[in-house]
Ligand binder design. Structure first.
Ligand code: 5GP
Length: 188
């Protein structure tokens, strides 16, 4: 998606360990028009996949997941990164965060996904695929089926892309970074 790539090149900055900071339009402040365009791209790609639910992990995946779900006319479900006291019967799993360098528990209420659901997972970034693996384990517990994975920005030089494609999932990344040379992005 050219517009997303242009925003990354213009406004993104690299921190240590090849972490891309895009707080000005995706991870803190949200560029609504850009996110709507992302939703349109995900919708175009997955519209014939009979998706019944768009699932994401809070918090930065919520905006693009919402923009996609509203076009597909299905609910958007965001998995939580802590267990609220109101949650009664959660499925849970563990994720190792590459950016925070620590593990945390993710959870969701059991009754929001069933074996009849066809899930599109949307997230802001794909790096080593740890967030995806945690979500995959949660979704397995519900017996729902993951039919697609939509990622705003993938860093293909990390392990997540190969993991997801290796398992045969339909992966669409809107901006795919092959590698970084002296803080300059080389697109895949
Ligand atoms: P993974 O689990 O695939 O290793 O990393 C994905 C998660 O880590 C994303 O949901 C995102 O929150 C965070 N993340 C990974 N790489 C980056 C990055 O370069 N920049 C930002 N802002 N977040 C990242």
């Amino acid at each position: 998606m050219n517009n997303l790539k242009k925003n990354i090149e213009k406004k993104g900055t690299f921190l240590d360990h090849d972490i891309l900071k895009v707080d000005s339009f995706l991870n803190h402040q949200v560029d609504i028009d850009l996110v709507e365009e992302m939703g349109e791209c995900f919708y175009d790609h997955f519209k014939n996949a009979s998706i019944t639910k768009v699932v994401t992990l809070e918090s930065s995946g919520i905006a693009p997941a919402y923009a996609t779900a509203r076009r597909l006319h299905v609910p958007m479900l965001f998995i939580k990164k802590s267990e609220p006291s109101t949650m009664q019967a959660p499925f849970s799993s563990t994720v190792y965060s590459f950016t925070k360098q620590r593990s945390y528990t993710i959870c969701m209420e059991q009754n929001y996904l069933t074996e009849n659901d066809r899930v599109l997972f949307i997230d802001d970034f794909l790096a080593n695929g740890e967030a995806f693996k945690g979500v995959e384990q949660l979704i397995e517990q519900s017996h729902a089926k993951i039919v697609g994975v939509g990622i705003c920005i993938e860093k293909r030089f990390q392990k997540g892309h190969s993991y997801i494609c290796g398992k045969g999932y339909d992966l669409l990344a809107l901006a795919s970074i092959d590698h970084i040379e002296n803080k300059k992005i080389i697109w895949a």
